[in-house]
Design a protein around this ligand. Structure first.
Ligand code: GDP
Ligand code: MN
Length: 396
């Protein structure tokens, strides 16, 4: 789960990581009010769940109340496009108004804690080449990014922080505060079950003060049950509306770009295999939808509704292994959904397992026009053909 910069900074601050003073604003008036309270100059920062805002025009310095008003007006409601938002961009609904920091004589560095899958442990990363283009640095000069793997049993050690500080060529008199900064950041990572804490720029001011000028924070979804307070920080406006809807019914739905075959499958492994076999048959899946091993008829109905809300979907493949979710329960859900929702797109069903015969009989007796297949390959071939001809018909 990603959160906004202003929320991330509040979390970091509670662990003793220094951040500039700031306030969130939802309206132009609130932005101006916050500016007056903080004192000018302030930085007006678009709050979206993506980086690269500076380059995209979402971070601006305001030297007066008038300027603050003008900038807030321009940024609030704009569709901000950055290299992380994709071409469609994101609508800005919140601003962070922050005390302007004088960058004159400062050093912009990079600092992050991430979960490294290769080593199966957290890694603290630092680079002297911080600022806006860390992806470039990673691509062209990977040696400029220093890494310290953390043994989770003992935590991030002071000697590791010192090693990073030396690598960043920080003055030895700054060692103590750098170690404290990094250890506080790591404490925040561990205590919140974060997946990523990224500070870019990690700023050293002319007088040696260290401060997190930006904060990108995301948490491990699977650990959120331990953090009801963090769960509150979720911003549904930043998420795909269909994915939000699906999560209400405990459906694991992810929209995929460019496909036209809607898939409804139980079990993540079967879902992956189904996507593969659709590709093998020359088609493209429009989504990943795992209804879970124990789905009931009501969940099947909701899953169908969500699948069909995607206008790209030209045909649906249902591929179910009847275990706890029996084939007759699936059939009941599918029949109800197709009737209720007045489904027009072709539906191909392949099911195997408990009460398979009963399920098939129900589908047959429903009088609805389902296509059934006994094996996955055949099912995939049929649904791809159906999606192809539906798409052709639509294009004419
Ligand atoms: P990002 O582009 O989404 O990563 O947003 P950042 O928070 O990193 O801001 C982008 C850039 O704006 C930074 O790298 C700074 O150069 C600049 N910036 C941010 N805050 C301030 C500030 O308080 N004062 C000045 N002068 N520049 C700032
Ligand atoms: Mn940044």
């Amino acid at each position: 789960m990603k959160i906004h910069e202003y929320q991330g900074k509040a979390v970091l601050s509670s662990f003793g990581v220094p951040v500039p003073k700031g306030k969130v604003a939802y309206t132009v008036d609130e932005a101006v009010e916050a500016g007056k309270e903080l004192g000018f100059p302030v930085v007006v920062k678009a709050q979206i769940h993506a980086g690269g805002r500076g380059k995209g025009g979402g971070v601006k310095l305001a030297k007066s109340a008038d300027e603050c008003e003008e900038i807030a007006k321009a940024i609030l409601g704009m569709t901000l496009k950055t290299h992380q938002t994709g071409p469609e961009g994101r609508v800005v609904r919140r601003l962070l108004i922050e005390q302007g920091v004088d960058l004159e004589g400062s050093k912009e560095m990079y600092l992050a804690v991430v979960l490294d899958r290769a080593s199966g442990s957290p890694v603290v990363m630092a680079s002297a080449q911080g600022g806006v283009d860390i992806e470039e640095v990673a691509a062209h000069d990977p040696g400029a990014i220093l890494k310290e793997r953390v043994n989770p049993a003992v935590g991030f050690q002071a000697f590791q922080a010192r090693k990073l500080a030396f690598g960043l060529r920080l003055h030895p008199t700054l060692l103590g505060r750098t170690v404290t900064f990094m250890q506080n950041l790591y404490r925040a990572f561990e205590a919140t079950d974060a997946a990523l804490l990224e500070i870019n720029p990690f700023l050293m001011l002319k007088d040696g003060t260290l401060i997190a000028l930006d904060a990108k924070v995301s948490f491990d979804d699977n650990a959120l049950y331990r953090h009801p307070d963090l769960k509150e920080l979720r911003d549904l406006d930043e998420e795909d509306p269909l994915e939000v809807e699906a999560s209400k019914f405990s459906l694991n739905y992810i929209k995929l770009e460019g496909g036209n075959v809607g898939c409804m499958v139980n079990g993540a492994g079967l879902a992956m295999a189904t996507m593969d076999i659709i590709k093998l048959a020359g088609g493209n899946p429009a989504n990943f939808l795992d209804v879970g091993g124990g789905a009931n008829a009501e969940q099947i109905r909701n899953a169908f509704r969500i699948l069909l809300a995607d206008k790209e979907v030209k045909a649906v493949l249902i591929n179910i292994f009847g275990g706890i979710l029996r084939c007759d329960v699936l059939a009941e859900g599918v029949i109800a959904a197709v009737r209720d929702l007045n489904v027009k797109v072709p539906v191909v069903i392949r099911m195997k397992g408990n009460n398979e015969a009963r399920g098939k009989e129900m589908l047959r007796d429903s009088g609805l026009n389902f296509s059934t297949a006994d094996d996955m390959k055949e099912a995939a071939r049929r649904v791809v053909a159906a999606a192809g001809s539906a798409a052709m018909a639509g294009a004419q």
